[in-house]
Design a protein around this ligand. Structure first.
Ligand code: ZN
Length: 411
């Protein structure tokens, strides 16, 4: 039976402005009519949310819900039980849902096992699109290789978590891609450049040849999906575009000609600001040394420029928190940081309909419109006036996922 929600305000993430006094009906797992109402009569099944502000369920297109260990502990992961690892992952999933994230694209680690666990209803969490183990080249970012030790086998728990598969050469990449897909990957993630938190490379380094990237793209296409590439620099993006990669993460050192190339190719950019801030704040407790902090300096500023360039070139922009570690909270801080560059409406659209388009899910997700899956969050406060309300889980009063109320802390 359909039920109605009476909201004080709703921003549906279409190009319109927020509307006042809106009634949203939910029929099964989908939105029915969305109308401006003239009276306030409530049926038994209806929810009076008139003091609050409604938004589409948030989508985080770059999560690491499975990387539930502090960065410094990754090297000690052999000391942890599978139970502890699973507990940390489930806690992160629950925190994401309570933060209003109804859909997450997990980029390195989680596989189809976690999707099964959440869909069974035993564990609370977002609707997850996992990448399974990400594809990393020998010695490259994400491989876990330090200069003098190869740790390929680091934390491989089929059905739960494996951070990366190390692969080289087109055939090696093909095998790794097929393995990730076997483990339930709904898209492939490759590490196309070096990284900030890396042991044997830097963010200006380029990983994988075009031929290697092509092998991943072919395997993804054969399974009707796509490849997204961790790419901090323009050369990594250019190689990706030449190979048919359609989505790029971070984009820190993006230049103007490459932004234009991305726009012409219809490629998307998922900038990730907040993780740098979180790591800086937690540097002491996570054991992040001065060398790494120095490397992080300047990355945020470069990424701000990259976002402006990409937006001006007409590149589709998504949103990802890239949060790492245990007890991942304050996920919407990413939206707050982007608001400072592109304004709240575009920052929110990046984290809803922008991400839905990138993931090929715009027919079902990303806006509050009749016929789409009923994912909605109900906020105490006006996020257009103060985006910070979204970072406080106590202000996210109600979360609805596929028409089901999965959080309600109004009383
Ligand atoms: Zn990441």
């Amino acid at each position: 039976m359909a039920r109605s929600l009476h909201l004080g305000h709703l921003y549906d993430a279409t190009l319109d402005d927020p509307a006042e006094h809106v009634t949203v009906t939910i029929d099964g797992d989908r939105f029915g009519a969305v109308t401006t109402r003239s009276d306030d009569r409530l049926g038994d099944e209806d929810l009076d949310l008139s003091p609050y502000f409604g938004l589409p369920g948030l989508i985080d297109a770059h999560t690491h819900l499975g990387q539930a260990l502090p960065v410094a502990a990754i090297r000690d992961e052999g000391l942890l039980s599978i139970a502890s690892v699973a507990a940390g992952i489930f806690q992160n999933c629950e925190l994401a849902l309570d933060a209003g994230v109804t859909t997450a694209r997990d980029l390195a680690g989680l596989d189809g096992g976690i999707v099964q666990a959440i869909d069974s209803g035993v564990v609370r969490g977002p609707r997850i699109y996992p990448s399974g183990p990400a594809l990393a080249q020998t010695g490259g970012h994400g491989s876990g290789h330090t200069p003098y030790r190869m740790t390929d086998a680091a934390l491989c728990i089929p059905g739960l978590f494996q951070r990366a598969l190390v692969c080289d050469g087109p055939d090696g990449v093909r095998l790794a891609a097929r393995t990730a897909l076997r483990r339930g990957a709904t898209q492939l993630k490759v590490y196309g450049s070096g990284g900030v938190v890396s042991f044997a490379d830097g963010p200006r380094d380029v990983h994988f040849t075009i031929e290697e990237l092509k092998a991943a793209v072919e395997e993804a296409a054969a399974r009707h999906t796509y490849v997204t590439s961790h790419a901090h620099n323009s050369e990594a993006i250019r190689r990706g575009i030449a190979a048919g990669v359609t989505c790029f993460e971070h984009g820190t050192y993006l230049d103007e000609p490459t932004a234009e190339l991305m726009a012409n190719a219809g490629a998307s950019l998922v900038p990730t600001f907040m993780v740098l801030e979180v790591m800086r704040r937690r540097s002491e407790s996570w054991g992040i040394g001065p060398g790494l902090l120095e490397r992080m300096a300047g990355v945020g500023e470069a990424m701000q420029k990259a976002l402006s360039l990409a937006r001006d070139a007409g590149v589709r922009i998504g949103s990802g928190s890239d949060l790492l570690g245990p007890q991942q909270i304050g996920r919407a801080f990413e939206i707050e940081l982007k608001t400072r560059i592109i304004g709240f409406r575009d920052a929110l659209r990046a984290a809803t309909i922008g991400n839905a388009e990138i993931m090929g899910l715009a027919a079902d997700l990303g806006t509050v419109e009749s016929g789409k899956l009923a994912d909605l969050i109900v906020v105490d406060g006006n996020p257009f006036e103060d985006p910070a309300v979204l970072t406080d889980p106590d202000k996210i009063k109600v979360v609805i996922k596929s028409g089901v109320v999965v959080k309600d802390i109004r009383s």
